[in-house]
Design a protein around this ligand. Structure first.
Ligand SMILES: [Zn+2]
Length: 267
């Protein structure tokens, strides 16, 4: 069930997702707090990775991108992200499936780093990384086709790659019959450039997001403490403690880095 556009790393994360073996909090019954590390509202389960409102913007952007690229929309988003179902009784084409798997892998990696490295989950960054991963996969695929072509030169096998292979990913990449990349499609280029811009802007404002998050956390801690100290007190009535000093923090190391270096295997 692999695709020519996703490698065993993505397949690993995808199948683990399918088999519900990725680590999420509800797998640990001894954990006092099984609420989602991002939204802090729902129980953090496998399924929740596809539904969390903090992660939703990523999936939404990916579905929007696929629609702009001419792939339409699936009837059911969660069935598409978990099982790659793209139409009633029909699985997604390899490039759609590949993008969904790249996206899931980047979501899970970023989600994990929230806990292990104290990083913020930045949807814009995950969107951009996922689209870039598909671009890199398409490039690798084109090289494979080129190599195939080169190996066939001195054999009796057909010299050119099958016409369908050159056309297969036509909404994304323009390839000639030798597998040479003429370029990515203008729409795909526009989508990835926009995503990159949004990611850069989001990373530039990371300090603000981090401080907002810290204020929110302090507020929650204070409200928990109030409830402990005086269970009768109406919630939210007591004055808030002053905000902790908002020391500007540099973005966590590794978060701003692009490329495959930032896509540590989630497991
Ligand atoms: Zn959540």
């Amino acid at each position: 069930m692999g695709t020519p556009l996703s490698d065993p790393t993505e397949e690993g994360a995808f199948f683990k997702g399918l088999h519900r073996a990725l680590y999420v909090r509800d797998r640990d019954p001894t954990l006092e707090d099984q609420k989602c590390r991002l939204c802090k509202k729902e129980i953090e389960s496998q399924l929740h990775l596809h539904k969390c409102k903090k992660i939703k913007p990523v999936w939404k952007a990916i579905f929007k991108a696929l629609k702009r690229l001419g792939y339409g929309s699936p009837p059911h988003h969660t069935l598409a992200t978990i099982f790659n179902v793209w139409a009633p009784n029909k699985l997604a084409s390899p490039e759609i499936a590949a993008l969904l798997r790249h996206t899931f892998r980047h979501i899970y990696a970023a989600f994990t780093r929230v806990e292990t490295d104290g990083h913020l989950f930045v949807p814009e960054l995950v969107i951009s990384q996922s689209l870039r991963a598909l671009k890199e996969a398409l490039r690798r695929r084109a090289y494979t086709i080129q190599r195939m072509h080169a190996n066939r030169k001195n054999t009796s096998l057909p010299n050119a790659i099958p016409h369908e292979a050159a056309l297969q990913y036509a909404s994304l990449i323009e390839m000639d019959e030798q597998g040479n990349i003429a370029g990515f499609s203008p729409t795909f280029d526009a989508i990835t450039e926009e995503a990159e811009r949004d990611a850069k802007a989001a990373m530039a404002n990371l300090g603000d997001r981090q401080r907002a998050e810290e204020r929110q956390r302090a507020k929650e801690r204070a409200s928990r403490k109030r409830r402990r100290d005086d269970p009768q007190a109406p919630q939210g009535a007591a004055p808030l403690p002053p905000n902790p000093p908002a020391a500007p923090r540099p973005p966590p190391a590794g978060l701003a880095r692009g490329g495959p270096g930032n896509t540590r295997r989630p497991d």
